[in-house]
Design a protein around this ligand. Structure first.
Ligand SMILES: Nc1ncnc2c1ncn2[C@@H]1O[C@H](COP(=O)(O)OP(=O)(O)OP(=O)(O)O)[C@@H](O)[C@H]1O
Ligand SMILES: [Mg+2]
Length: 890
């Protein structure tokens, strides 16, 4: 009666296969996609993807996620890469994703690539995040990223990944097999067609589930299928499996049970030893004949696997607790090392101090935090006392938190624990992760009080308190906590940066630079050094030492650690953008800011994008690209509202102030300025964001001369205390504008002259140009025509170099009012490029290879080629040299 069904023959599924084939064709032509095949267990997801790949002409990177490995960091990504590249287990998912992206890039040179993850619901969290990043970074790649996932577990996939699939409309939800497919399947199984009513009965009985259908067709003789009435077999697939098992010998059943406990697949010899079956051959044959297991002969020896995961889970679920424990015990005897220990732990249900101690030792020796945590969590139920159990769970949780792994599933249990430093640290991290800042602060403060219980946590706790204080705008506390974190040896790569912020805001940037100099002088570890260098660069930017800052940041960005840490990468690039912005290198600044913001959007960490988006908004506004500026400012405001963090709110306010300023909307500038000038968390010194001169100008323009006194005083005081000539120049401009408005032209002229005398090279070019414009306009009104002309011409040159179109227009108007004709300027053709194309063009024009540009922008070479092709067409150039001649690098 045994039916013959080809192992891989697929019935039905024609539309689905056609869709997959079409998607691959698209990929071949350079349109990538992300496909999600979903459906209930046994519906045929794996089979569909396998059939597609067999017929496809593509390079394949494949991984099978395994329930048992769900917690192991980068397990799935490691399978995909097959050792083609090194994966640092501590790297951020964006870094791991970048590694996969470059491997895809290598393969796609010779044809389309299929990246397949089967059973994605069991993939480890970090691999999934890395895949989500890659999915969103694919632009012009010849790639299909295909995932299968059980519908009931779709929520195990990162929301970002689901959104990509949704946006592309590329989910394939597998429906039950229809009548025709089942008829064909039955005919193939029994060598002749079945009657329609028999087929209908089959479809109904198995709800069109091919796994179930196959089992029925294998188990039932054709007569039974054709008889009338109900089918003489149980309704569920699981019972069918168990029934089939009862027709096997005892040895075969023992082997199946052993395989369920050891984990499929496993070497035959190992399974036989655990099952205590001397000669497994006959038993294995029986299991294979009943399609319960498959046998695979590898070089390393024969291996057994369940024919389907549901067979394994059915056998496992049917074990009595005593039988399961017995098998784990035997597995522990047969296996060695950590595997043995894991089985020993699973076997015991009573407290076992010796075993707990062994697990703790193994965890301490394990360099994978995920694996160590898993051992500790397995040992926890065997603890002799509740306090001991809690300590084990907390030890596991702290390892996971410090490694950046999620622990939300443990939080409920831990919340019930007795107070301890570790408990509060872990709960604080959970609260912080979900934006409950006040609760996080309470937990961290409690953890700090109890730090003597857990000295290793003192640094991490202090780090968190520094970050929280910064988030909440309590700057006086930031530096103190950051210092404690550094003293406790924290390597978070954030403590020194926090020390910079805290010290700079309270005592000024010079003191911040000094504090970081001290940290650097104490020969810190590589990570702390990097963190301190970033802090130093920020202090240098704030003290207007822009050349120095550029050098310091170049050192930071060259470090290999930067590519493994999202925070470092983002901060390093964002502050370089800030530095370039201040120095008047706006094209560079804009490239950095926008590419960093896009990276963050693709990692799902948008909330970190405040600085790059704010800078982009500043520049775009000043260049008259109002719509794009507003997009960034709106996003910044959204982040500020979502997270409620002071630095984000501050940046959002300043972005809108700059937009209003560029649009000449003095009312709005004054209104925002009023909020920034009022005492409160947004009241910052001038060097953080330069704005008071603009605010004063707006107050003058809106007839609020009387309100200018306080901000002008502040500005002048700060010019003196900071010793920053650019702030002094701003103060001079503001004073002059106020004096002119009061009708005191002599004082105005004197103030302008004084401001203009300050070293123009130490001044920010944009502000310098505005000073010249204001002074020029005043000179024209007071009939000093030659002076006016000279000033306005210089201002105009600077605005043109910056591409500050609204200001160019203002300059032109003044020049015209002098009786001169404004210069005709042709718009550069580069203006037709999209932002991505412009960035690629500019980097290529600096002499970088496509590979270097790809690495810089964390995109594939294919995507760079694609953008570059469009740039060539749009600009009508044919070579990199022609391009370089075309693109304005300033
Ligand atoms: N269209 C089909 N025609 C014939 N047999 C099929 C078809 N689809 C699946 N099968 C068979 O059904 C069984 C289950 O299929 P498969 O393993 O692909 O399901 P799955 O959806 O991946 O299940 P899981 O969620 O457990 O991974 C396999 O034995 C397979 O050979
Ligand atoms: Mg499957």
């Amino acid at each position: 009666v045994a039916a013959v069904l080809g192992d891989h023959t697929l019935f039905g599924r024609r539309d689905e296969l056609a869709r997959l084939a079409a998607v691959l064709e698209e990929a071949r032509r350079g349109t990538p996609s992300v496909v999600l095949v979903s459906g209930p267990p046994g519906i045929g997801k794996t089979s569909l993807v396998r059939a597609w790949l067999e017929a496809a002409d593509a390079r394949v990177l494949r991984a099978d996620a395994d329930e048992a490995e769900a917690e192991l960091g980068y397990g799935v990504l490691g399978q995909l890469l097959r050792g083609a590249a090194e994966l640092d287990p501590g790297a951020d998912p964006f870094a791991a994703g970048a590694v996969l992206l470059s491997e895809i890039d290598r393969l796609q040179a010779s044809g389309p690539v299929a990246v397949v993850v089967d059973d994605a619901q069991w993939a480890d969290e970090r691999s999934l995040l890395a895949l989500a990043f890659v999915a969103r970074r694919l632009r012009a790649d010849r790639v299909v990223l295909a995932l299968t996932c059980r519908t009931e577990h779709l929520d195990a996939l990162p929301p970002a990944l689901r959104r990509v699939v949704e946006a592309q409309g590329s989910r394939i939800e597998l429906a039950p097999l229809d009548q025709d497919a089942v008829a064909a399947m039955a005919a193939a199984a029994h060598g002749r067609p079945l009657g329609t009513s028999s087929v209908r009965r089959l479809v109904e009985h198995a709800a069109g589930n091919p796994l179930h259908l196959r089992a029925l067709l294998t188990q039932l003789p054709v007569e039974a299928l054709e008889a009338s009435g109900r089918l003489p077999v149980p309704e569920t697939y699981a019972t069918l499996v168990l029934e089939r098992l009862t027709t096997c010998s005892q040895a075969a059943r023992d082997l199946a049970e052993a395989l369920a406990v050891v984990g499929s697949p496993a070497p035959v010899a190992e399974v036989a030893a655990v099952a205590d079956v001397g000669d497994p051959l006959d038993g294995v044959e029986q299991l294979v004949a009943r399609e319960l297991v498959t046998r695979e002969d590898a070089v390393t020896g024969a291996r057994l696997a369940f024919a389907h995961e549901l067979v394994g889970s059915t056998v496992e679920a049917a074990l009595t607790p005593a039988r399961r424990a017995r098998l784990h015990e035997r597995a522990a005897d047969v296996l060695a090392g950590t595997a043995a220990l894991r089985h020993r732990l699973a076997a015991r249900t009573q407290p076992d101090p010796a075993l707990v101690a062994a697990a703790e030792k193994a965890a301490a020796d394990d360099d994978s935090p995920d694996r160590a945590a898993r051992l500790l969590l397995a040992a926890a139920p065997l603890a002799t006392a509740e306090v001991e159990r809690q300590a084990l769970v907390l030890d596991a949780a702290t390892r996971l938190v410090l490694a950046g792994s999620p622990i939300d599933h443990l939080a409920g249990d831990i919340a019930q624990f007795a107070p301890s430093a570790a408990r509060d640290y872990v709960l604080g991290r959970v609260a912080l992760g979900t934006g409950r800042l006040a609760e996080a602060e309470q937990h961290f403060a409690a953890a700090w009080e109890r730090r003597s219980e857990h000295p290793e946590l003192a640094g991490p706790v202090a780090d968190m308190l520094a970050i929280l204080a910064e988030h909440q705008g309590r700057f006086d506390a930031v530096a103190a906590w950051a210092r404690r974190a550094l003293e406790a040896g924290s390597e978070s790569m954030s403590s020194a940066t926090m020390l910079c912020f805290g010290t700079a805001v309270v005592d000024g940037p010079a003191q911040a630079a000094e504090a970081l100099g001290t940290v650097l002088a104490e020969t810190p570890t590589a990570k702390v050094r990097l963190d301190a260098q970033l802090g130093l660069a920020i202090a240098e930017i704030y003290s207007n030492r822009l050349e120095q800052a550029e050098q310091t940041l170049a050192g930071v960005l060259a470090s290999p650690h930067v590519r493994g840490s999202l925070l470092m990468y983002v901060n390093g690039r964002s502050y370089l953008a800030e530095r370039h912005f201040r120095a008047g290198r706006w094209a560079d600044a804009l490239d950095l800011a926008e590419t960093t913001a896009s990276m963050l959007a693709d990692t799902g960490e948008d909330w970190l994008a405040v600085l790059p988006r704010g800078i982009a908004a500043y520049i775009l506004a000043a260049q008259g690209l109002d719509a794009r500026a507003r997009e960034h400012a709106t996003a910044t405001t959204a982040i500020a509202e979502a997270v409620g963090l002071t630095p984000a709110r501050l940046m959002a306010e300043h972005a809108w102030l700059r937009i209003a300023d560029a649009a000449g909307d003095a009312e709005r500038v004054a209104e925002i300025g009023d909020r920034l000038a009022a005492p409160g968390p947004l009241h910052f010194d001038e060097w953080v964001h330069h704005w008071r001169a603009r605010y004063i100008e707006a107050l003058v323009a809106t007839g609020r001369l009387g309100d200018t006194t306080t901000p002008l005083d502040e500005l002048e005081r700060e010019a003196v205390s900071s010793g920053d000539v650019s702030i002094a120049a701003d103060a001079g401009r503001a004073r002059a504008v106020v004096a002119a408005a009061r009708g005191d032209d002599a004082a105005a002229q004197q103030a302008f002259a004084h401001a203009l005398d300050l070293d123009e090279h130490a001044s920010r070019p944009f502000e310098r140009a505005r000073l010249e414009l204001a002074a020029g306009a005043h000179a024209r009104r007071t009939r000093r025509r030659r002076e006016a002309e000279a000033l306005l011409t210089r201002a105009l040159e600077r605005f043109v170099a910056l591409g500050a179109h609204p200001w160019i227009a203002r300059c032109d108007r003044e020049i015209e009012a002098c009786g001169l004709r404004p210069v005709k300027r042709s718009q550069s053709r580069a203006a037709d490029l999209t932002p991505q194309e412009r960035t690629v063009a500019r980097l290529v024009a600096t002499g970088m290879t496509n590979r270097e540009v790809a690495r810089e922008l964390v995109l594939s070479e294919k995507t760079i080629e694609f953008h570059l092709g469009r740039v060539y067409r749009k600009l009508g150039v044919r070579s990199r040299t022609e391009l370089a001649a075309h693109v304005d690098l300033s």
